[in-house]
Design a protein around this ligand. Structure first.
Ligand code: DGJ
Length: 765
């Protein structure tokens, strides 16, 4: 109640004295608290963020890391957004929420007031958070505050419709280390009949009023994922979405908004957010008539309808939001930290990614026992830790026309099952991984012949086949049981450490004729819930098995799937130069700790571009390193280079995967240069990767100014591939590396350099 304490003046002397005594004792407590807080801050211990409710003003306040979030209940009992931004003084008091006035007769307060979660009703013209059609035809919903509970860091606020038994519980949890807020909503039907939810969001984020905002978001397509886009936020709406039944690459469910012209990549205020949902989704960024900016997000309302039965509850996926004062670079680092420390399986200590080998680009579907064993032997010589057999090992799979759905080992290719190969891989001191695509079926498969009704389709209508496959309707209980059953059997019968879980097309004709017509559109939600529950059950039953989310590349990467998988496949485009841009975009929202990056053959199948093996390694070493080249084509020099690079990677991987990323020079806007730096969490080490497209007109490579080092400490520099300028001192202060900078000798086309910095201990100084 720290905030309530500074309130009001009483005329009653006795009460004043009592208050004075209370205030003095609270001052003492406050002093003690502040002392403890600053001590904890010095010792690097994150404070558990508390939720404070000011009863007098009916405001809720949450503070953590550099962020404060405040909301209040206004006189109309609406839940109103009051503040989201830089952390405020603990004594700062928030006035009570007051509904905004109408803007003439045309825009009533329901539209002009920034609400936390607003039902579609009255004269609401901005994006609603909830729209319901009741069986009697009523479609009006007016949500009002009813009650709240605070349990530790969890704030739950219950809203209720003015007359109907519709309850909405809003959840808020702020992460202590990053100030990232997790929000979600739960809709409860306590009426006497079913109603249909036509639109529902997890949350609406309200930004301070302004006309100078810039929106960043991510777009892409197969082999060209993760392009960073920028546009001014102007009157009207920008809708980012997927209507594909899955996350998709066309847009990714992430946004970041800053104020134009307020700073560089490492300065200025940035508000950002990301949805934890792997189905069709939407994020709407809207500047309303009064220049207020709202961002709402949840499952896509297009073709959506969820009939909620009497007594049933609908829970939305989470929408995470955060604030950074350190520009877009700081926003990415907060998200990375949140993902690694809080979201990933095994957080706060997710396992470091092992160096893997994957057979796909070497053999495609032509896998067999002898061929895979030969590749495994070669992979082991360069220090690979995990050997993964990709597509082609099962059913009648010779190409992409047949076999999906038949998850038994192909006897022609593996006459003795998978065991001999797995034993061989183990004997080479690697663990074994396997490719699966559980949600798909080829019409040419035993599974389809037996269960033609298991696929998404509208009976009697044409069906779109993509890559010669159809989507199994995972929303069906029998399909869910089949998928869980075969995966469980596979993992129980074989010593498999890793599954590459692929998903190679998007939905079409999303019919589900086995349920009542009014329930068919539940498929958008039930499919994803079943996917998540299968992953949860598998993980619980096989806790040592790791899983990669792959969707023909990076088409299923979001905070929902990331909670249940250990890594993601970034893109099928493995051209090491294209990858600079792809990986750069990826890191705006997602941590390099899960960003799989393979070294493949040159010239690449993508662009026929020739790149040195060293360049290809350095490009991939910015994320989680894999090798996907055809090792049968390598000569002794290639193996020697690879062995050295893999050893270097193992030495730096903790810094790359767990450290703080600085995009020092981005490859965006056709830049000739690209530089990234990862700094260990404790500032003890850093690694820098620099890439040159082409030299021009005698210009040297731009000087590299490091960031995030301990200015007073001494760091020793070491080059990974001999490209540091000759005048680079062997050791210097963090201040030197950050202010004087480092030159690298990069000239020519497609050149790369990498170097490390290591902090000297006090004894070494
Ligand atoms: C698409 C994936 O992205 C590739 O890496 C590979 O696994 C193929 N599918 C296999 O069909």
């Amino acid at each position: 109640m720290m905030y309530a304490m500074w309130s009001g003046v009483s005329v009653d002397r006795e009460r004043s004295r009592a208050r004075l005594r209370r205030t003095m004792s609270m001052h003492l407590w406050l002093l003690l608290g502040v002392t403890l807080l600053s001590a904890c801050g010095r010792w690097g211990v994150a404070q558990s963020p508390a939720v404070h409710y000011d009863e007098a003003r009916r405001t809720f306040r949450m503070d953590a890391a550099g962020t404060t979030y405040v909301l209040g209940i206004n006189q109309q009992k609406q839940l109103q957004a009051l503040y989201w931004g830089k952390r405020l003084g603990s004594r700062d008091q928030f006035p009570a929420a007051v509904q905004s006035p109408p803007a003439a007769a045309f825009d009533q307060p329901i539209t002009t007031t920034p609400q936390e979660f607003v039902g579609w009703g009255g004269g609401l013209y901005v994006e609603p958070d909830l729209k319901i059609t009741f069986p009697d035809g009523n479609r009006d919903l007016a949500l009002q505050y009813l009650s709240h509970t605070i349990q530790g860091q969890l704030l739950r606020i219950v809203l209720k419709d003015v007359s109907r038994e519709v309850y909405v519980t809003l959840e808020y949890t702020m992460d202590a280390e990053t100030g990232i807020l997790r929000r979600a909503a739960e809709i409860q039907n306590r009426t006497n009949a079913s109603f249909t939810i036509e639109q529902v969001s997890a949350a609406t984020w309200n930004l301070p009023r302004g006309t100078d905002y810039r929106l960043r978001y991510l777009t892409g397509r197969w082999a060209a994922e993760w392009t960073v886009q920028e546009r001014a936020v102007q009157p009207g709406k920008t809708v980012l979405e997927s209507r594909r039944g899955t996350t998709g690459a066309q847009n990714n469910p992430w946004f970041a908004i800053d104020r134009l012209g307020t700073g560089g990549p490492e300065t200025g205020s940035v508000w950002f957010g990301a949805l934890g949902w792997s189905g069709s989704w939407q994020i709407t960024v809207e500047q309303d008539l009064l220049q207020q900016v709202r961002v709402s997000g949840g499952p896509n309302s297009f073709d959506f309808g969820y009939r909620l039965g009497k007594g049933e509850t609908f829970k939305t996926p989470p929408f995470y939001g955060g604030f950074s004062q350190e520009g877009i670079g700081g926003a990415s680092r907060l998200l990375h930290r949140f993902e690694v420390d809080t979201l990933l399986p095994h957080a706060p200590k997710p396992t470091l990614r092992p160096v893997l080998y994957n057979s796909w680009e070497a053999t495609e579907f032509r896998v067999d026992e002898a061929g895979q064993m030969a590749l495994a032997e070669k992979a082991a010589t360069i220090g690979v830790e995990r050997f993964v057999m990709d597509d082609g090992w099962f059913g009648q799979r010779k190409d992409d026309h047949a076999g999906l759905g038949d998850w038994y080992v192909n006897k022609e290719k593996f006459p003795n099952g998978l065991k001999p190969l797995i034993d061989k891989v183990h004997g080479l001191h690697m663990d074994f991984g396997l490719w699966v695509e559980p949600e798909m079926v080829n019409p040419d498969s035993d599974l389809y012949r037996k269960h033609p009704d298991w696929v998404l389709n509208f009976p009697g209508r044409p069906r779109t086949e993509a890559r010669n496959q159809l989507v199994l309707n995972l929303a069906r209980p029998d399909v869910r049981a089949y998928v869980l059953g075969f995966l469980d059997k596979l993992l129980t019968e074989n010593d498999i450490a890793f599954l590459k879980w692929d998903y190679n097309r998007n939905w079409s004709e999303p019919g589900w004729s086995a349920v009542a017509p009014d329930d068919e559109k539940r498929v958008y939600v039930d499919f994803i819930r079943n996917l998540y529950s299968i992953l949860e059950e598998l993980r619980a039953k096989h806790p040592r098995v790791e899983i990669e989310s792959c969707s023909g590349g990076g088409s299923r990467v979001d905070l929902g799937i990331m909670h249940l998988t250990d890594e993601v496949w970034t893109s099928d485009n493995t051209d090491a130069y294209d990858r600079l841009l792809i990986q750069n975009g990826f890191t705006y929202a997602y941590t390099p700790a899960v960003m799989m990056a393979w070294v493949t053959d040159s010239p690449t199948w993508v662009n026929q571009r020739t790149l040195s093996l060293e360049y290809r390694f350095l490009s991939s070493m910015q994320g989680s390193l894999g090798i996907g080249a055809n090792l049968n084509k390598w000569g002794p020099e290639d193996f020697a280079t690879a062995k050295t690079m893999v050893a270097h990677y193992k030495a730096i991987r903790e810094t790359v995967q767990r450290g703080s990323l600085y995009r020092l020079i981005t490859p965006e806007h056709e830049s000739e240069h690209s530089v990234t730096e990862s700094v260990a969490r404790d500032g003890s080490a850093a690694v820098v990767f620099a890439f040159l497209h082409s030299s021009r007109e005698l210009y040297p490579f731009p000087r590299i100014y490091l960031q995030g080092l301990d200015a007073d400490a001494t760091y020793t520099v070491a080059s990974l591939n001999g490209k540091l300028a000759t005048d680079t001192p062997e050791r210097a202060s963090g201040a030197y590396w950050m202010s004087r900078g480092v030159d690298v000798l990069l000239k020519g086309d497609f050149q790369a350099a990498a170097f490390t910095l290591e902090r000297q201990s006090a004894a070494q100084k």
